[in-house]
Design a protein around this ligand. Structure first.
Ligand code: F6P
Length: 360
């Protein structure tokens, strides 16, 4: 029986989106042309406005190593999904209409947390949904790992490696700002892998005096430089104490003054220690380029796991990986939850043990 599958990639891109879609489609049939595969353009936008194309075996050939997404992506905030668009269109009704018009057996949605919430909403609306966890942030609840994370980790680590040699020549304090949104997983792993001296993550609010004390301690021990990995979501102890409303106001003010959190940290360090501080923000390079070998394997497993679920006609799930086993996780259990780094995490403990400061 011909299966009609819809595919879409939504939210910020990452490496291995194409590799995962290839895994799904090839996992369903070694002759892709026995299937009907519809690719929606630019994420949920394509589903809302009926922008799609039929994909053939050619589309899935040679894309294992290709970064980005062959479908394009866009951010369509979950909180606006129930709000009509500027022309008054009901987005949820429009998505359902496209789905039913194409007589889809299921919709495979690749995305992060926000994307997953909309996927769950569509499940609640009665559509057959499978969500596949993509993000460089590794912050999706219910899976040990997301595809994209390890590729981004290589890039962020490489950025820290590059800084090491120049930091040693100049004897400066260097900050490398690592992505991860509100979660410290990527900065933590990159910081440890890159041999950072200080790592600041959102889950462990920092005390600037402690950060400066760690810098001075290194200087006194004859170390010419300090490398600090600052998570883009890092937060000071003072700010962490504020209410949500107060914090929002403070952040709005800070955004007027500093391009990102690292600039504030740098200014405060410079003031207290008098050290020369330089900032590197690898930014979107962390999401760029081809997937690393680990991600190619992970996405192939996740894609094949999705194909298996489609053949079993089990929907309303995320295909995750837990204890190195592919797992079908009900969307009702994981949607809307964030996976954060516990301050008691073994890696945090190990990092502290070898002398890395978290400024706490
Ligand atoms: O979720 C992935 C991510 O790269 C985050 O690490 C980062 O905060 C955000 O997306 C950046 O989003 P955008 O590409 O929309 O600027």
């Amino acid at each position: 029986m011909i299966k009609r599958i819809g595919l879409l990639t939504s939210g910020g891109d990452c490496q291995a989106l194409n590799a995962t879609m290839r895994g799904v489609v090839k996992g369903l049939s070694d002759n892709v042309d026995e299937l009907e595969v519809y690719g929606f353009e630019d994420g949920y936008k394509g589903l809302i406005y009926g922008k799609y194309r039929m994909l053939t075996s050619r589309d899935f050939s040679g894309i294992l190593t290709q970064g980005g997404t062959i479908l394009g992506t866009s951010r369509q905030p979950f909180k606006l999904m129930r709000v009509p668009d500027e022309k008054g269109l009901d987005k949820v009704a429009a998505m359902k209409q496209t789905y039913y018009k194409l007589c889809l057996d299921c919709l495979v949605i690749l995305g992060g947390n926000g994307t997953q919430k909309t996927a769950n909403l569509l499940r609640e609306e009665g559509l057959n949904i499978i969500h596949l966890p993509k993000t460089i942030d590794n912050d999706i609840y219910g899976t040990d790992m997301t595809f994209g994370f390890n590729s981004a980790l290589e890039i962020a680590t490489n950025a820290i490696d590059q800084i090491h040699t120049t930091a040693a020549s100049h004897g400066r304090v260097f900050i490398v700002e690592v992505m991860g949104h509100k979660v410290g997983s990527l900065p933590l792993f990159a910081g440890v892998a890159g041999g950072a001296d200080i790592i600041l993550i959102p889950e462990i609010p920092y005390d600037i005096k402690k950060v400066c004390a760690a810098i001075s301690k290194r200087a006194k021990a004859g170390k010419r430089f300090t490398i600090i990995v600052v998570a883009e979501g890092a937060i000071s102890k003072e700010d962490a104490k504020l209410s949500k409303k107060e914090l929002k106001k403070v952040m709005e003010e800070k955004a007027k003054k500093y391009p990102s959190v690292s600039y504030e940290v740098a200014e405060r360090i410079q003031k207290i220690t008098g050290s020369e501080v330089r900032i590197t923000v690898p930014g979107h390079t962390q999401r760029g380029g081809e997937p690393c070998a680990y991600d190619r394997v992970l996405s192939t497993r996740i894609g094949a796991g999705a194909a298996e679920a489609i053949m079993d006609e089990e929907y309303g799930i995320m295909i995750g990986i837990v204890d190195d086993k592919i797992k079908r996780v009900p969307l009702a259990e994981c949607a809307g939850k964030l996976k954060t780094v516990s301050p008691k995490d073994q890696l945090v403990k190990a990092a502290k043990q070898i002398g890395i400061s978290f400024g706490d």
